[in-house]
Ligand binder design. Structure first.
Ligand code: TYM
Length: 333
């Protein structure tokens, strides 16, 4: 069986970008009987952002309810909270010891933090936490722990996947072939979903459309997506339109081509937005009801996560023992 694994950081409310970039393809692949899937809530990663403890708890609940509402079948997929698997942290340390600092220096997120400091006349590493710096090693541990072959992610995570491969290859070279080299799987149609302002949809840009907005608010949020000032009847360029990309991420290929033609034929922006709303709403409305129901039953969600953690640890404990053994630590047995 091929192992597919992915995680979502538990900061804030899940948005359309998380859905099309990660959750939807992940749930689809979990239905394939030739696949063993591991999906998790990356709360150790969320800690890097130093959010408030209450928001962390709330976000974990929302993201867990999201996966379940969208139809993740936890009999096939192992679904867990990262911090319920302490073996991941131990593997992180072992990997940290054979990971070059120079590799981490190249990480986009770290470099962006340094650049922001320099732009503001601060020291390069002002307020940069070790958690941010070591983030890619933790992510490598998530992935390498489970012998992962494929990691469905958005384009923004591809560098992290390359780093996980480098870290694995270096370890294998020193200590023997323990780790599988993982690959990123990025869906071409939805590589990066733009947000309302046309930049990548991201919590850090404040341009997200939350996944579970009630219908009226969802419509309003879609009406706010930026468009240019072309009038109805004037031909529009779908390839230069955030609205089109968002539509395309939810459309099948026939719908996508029909909308492409409608842009060239000069569809009014208001009409294009209305159709985008209808398409997205149709895809989400049933799951939204399940979500509302689930989020009111946190104990049930907790029970799912606990059961998932046990399954994950059944694999992680003996695997970590092999790693301990390989590096010359006593295996715990
Ligand atoms: P995170 O929580 O930022 O995002 C979760 C997933 O959503 C994707 N994504 C998007 N895809 C398309 N368009 C967008 N606008 C968009 N915004 C977010 C992300 O690419 C990601 O797939 N470091 C990871 C979490 C993580 C992880 C892992 C992932 C921790 N360990 C191991 C895979 C494997 C992160 O912060 O994702």
């Amino acid at each position: 069986k091929r192992t597919v694994l992915t995680g979502i950081t538990t900061t804030g409310t899940p948005h359309l970008g998380n859905y099309v970039g990660a959750i939807k393809p992940a749930i689809e692949s979990s239905r394939n009987s030739g696949v063993q899937s591991y999906y998790f809530l990356a709360d150790y990663h969320a800690l890097v952002k130093n959010d408030s403890p209450d928001r962390m708890v709330q976000s974990t609940l929302e993201i867990a309810a999201t996966w379940l509402a969208l139809g993740l079948d936890t009999r096939n997929a192992v679904f867990y909270r990262q911090s319920d698997i302490p073996e991941i942290l131990e593997l992180t340390w072992i990997l940290t010891c054979s990971t070059a600092k120079g590799l981490m220096n190249r990480a986009h997120a770290y470099k962006a933090a340094v650049q922001a400091n320099l732009d503001q006349g601060e020291d390069a590493d002002h307020a940069v936490m070790m958690g941010l710096f070591c983030y890619p090693v933790l992510m490598a541990a998530d992935i390498l722990m489970f012998g992962t072959h494929e990691v469905p992610v958005g384009r923004d995570q591809v560098q992290h996947l390359e780093m996980a491969r480098d870290i694995a290859a270096r370890f294998n070279h020193h200590y023997g072939e323990l780790f599988t080299l993982p690959e990123a799987v990025v869906d071409d149609h939805v590589a990066v979903l733009p947000g309302q302002d046309g930049r990548k949809m991201s919590k850090s840009y404040n341009n997200t459309i939350p996944l579970w907005l009630p219908e009226k608010k969802l419509r309003k949020a879609i009406m706010k997506i930026v468009t240019n000032s072309l009038e109805p009847g004037e031909p529009k360029d779908p390839d230069d339109s955030a609205l089109f990309l968002i539509y395309a991420a939810f459309a099948d290929s026939a719908q996508r081509e029909a909308m492409r033609q409608a842009y060239r034929d000069g569809i009014a922006w208001g009409e294009a937005k209305q159709q985008t709303f209808e398409l997205i709403n149709a895809e989400l409305s049933e799951a939204r009801e399940r979500y509302m129901d689930l989020i009111a039953r946190p104990a049930d969600i907790e029970a799912e996560l606990k059961a998932g953690a046990e399954k994950a640890r059944e694999w992680a404990r003996p695997f970590l023992d092999r790693v301990r053994d390989a590096v010359g630590l006593r295996s715990l047995g």
